[in-house]
Design a protein around this ligand. Structure first.
Ligand SMILES: NC(=O)c1ccc[n+]([C@@H]2O[C@H](COP(=O)([O-])OP(=O)(O)OC[C@H]3O[C@@H](n4cnc5c(N)ncnc54)[C@H](O)[C@@H]3O)[C@@H](O)[C@H]2O)c1
Length: 353
């Protein structure tokens, strides 16, 4: 006998919510039972397109419904915590959009609550489910890149200036979640600077630097006031380097066999001289799956609920990103000061897919 489909309720049918509705509606093992938006007409439009039986205006109605197994929260970030907490308290699985919460303590509370209830508390870190980012992680884990030197990510474009969230909390969750997934190391400290321009109510440009142990450094540049769209991540290591360009229609990932090595010459006539040799080997671009990242993510969430796979982006992944953003925001307030982070190793980096 086949298991009944997982019944999904989606709160928030603005820009991103309909993408989740489409992917859960198409998945063979889930069905969208209800959609909800405080702007009712938005939910009604999506419901008509995907033939969803229930259209609701209040998140609480959907959360209390007996006909829902998984609550998906696609509302603005400052509403995530209350909605997710209420849904977890009813014993439902929860998938929350990025950023998981707006405060570190809230993320901790949600993770603990999901554990107590024995349900899934997942976060939508969409880029982690792209074929390019997964390949980056495989290359790093397999030692192909060698010792990691740096992770450098740029995500800039013109707009969409937002009043309720700054560019750091809007765009940087993508880069920080990619960095967390690829590097899988505890950050030691964070510093950041940001600025507002042209009457923007929130910071529209931010530079975030993350120090890891040794000399590994992470850097993220996000900006809503750039003349062109750039989505580029570079990972540098002792053996190879990767460029991930998400704007490229094909060959999004390029792996360069390039680098340098240093040796010292202590010959008689040369008391002490650095010898630097450069290596400029081949570049190759691996074949990548073009499957929509959100479809891969939805499949992982469904499989995790069924107990077939571990959740790739669990609440702790959300917590790790919020922790870095929170420290960055503190640093911005303090004029770019270095904000130390406590250790978070062990359970926070599960052996995952
Ligand atoms: N992974 C990605 O690539 C990606 C892309 C865009 C947005 N997002 C995330 O998705 C979430 C939503 O972003 P968006 O751009 O769709 O925002 P949006 O403003 O376009 O849509 C949010 C919707 O939620 C509704 N809403 C707000 N509070 C509600 C409540 N309490 N009950 C019911 N409905 C409520 C609003 O009426 C609105 O229609 C955010 O967390 C954002 O960060 C993720």
């Amino acid at each position: 006998m086949t298991a009944p489909r997982i019944r999904v309720g989606i709160i928030g049918c603005g820009y991103w919510g309909p993408n989740l509705v489409r992917n859960f509606a198409r998945h063979a093992e889930s069905q969208v039972q209800a959609v909800c938006d405080m702007r009712y007409e938005r939910a009604a439009r999506v419901a008509a397109e995907f033939r969803i039986p229930a259209v609701l205006k209040h998140g609480s109605e959907l959360i209390q419904s007996q006909d829902i197994d998984l609550v998906v929260i696609a509302t603005p970030s400052d509403t995530h915590f209350e909605l997710a907490k209420a849904a977890l308290e009813t014993g439902k699985h929860v998938l929350v959009m990025k950023p998981f919460t707006t405060q570190v303590e809230q993320a901790e509370q949600l993770c603990a609550l999901a554990d107590r209830q024995g349900v899934l508390g997942a976060v939508d870190h969409t880029f982690v489910f792209t074929s390019a980012v997964r390949r980056m992680r495989e290359l790093v884990s397999a030692g192909e890149i060698g010792d990691l030197y740096y992770f450098d990510s740029v995500r800039i474009n013109l707009g969409l200036i937002q009043a309720d969230v700054n560019v750091l909390w809007d765009l940087a969750p993508h880069d920080v979640s990619i960095m967390d997934y690829v590097i899988r190391q505890d950050p030691v400290s964070v510093s950041a600077t940001a600025a507002c321009h042209g009457g923007s109510p929130t910071e529209n440009i931010a530079y975030l630097t993350v120090q890891y142990g040794g000399s590994l450094i992470g850097h993220v540049h996000v900006n809503w006031l750039a003349p062109a769209k750039v989505r580029r991540t570079i990972v540098g290591g002792s053996k190879k380097m990767i460029i991930y360009d998400d704007v490229e229609p094909s060959e999004k990932l390029k792996i360069y066999d390039r680098g340098f090595s240093v040796s010292t010459d202590r010959s008689a006539e040369n008391d002490y001289q650095l010898m630097i040799s450069y290596r400029t080997g081949d570049m190759w671009a691996p074949q990548l799956s073009t499957k929509e990242a959100l479809a891969v993510e939805v499949d992982n969430v469904v499989s995790a609920i069924r107990g077939r796979e571990p959740l790739v982006t669990d609440g702790w992944a959300g917590w790790r990103v919020v922790r870095i953003l929170d420290a960055a925001q503190r640093s911005i307030r303090e004029g770019g000061s270095l904000v130390a982070l406590g250790t978070a190793s062990g359970r926070l980096y599960p052996k995952q897919v």
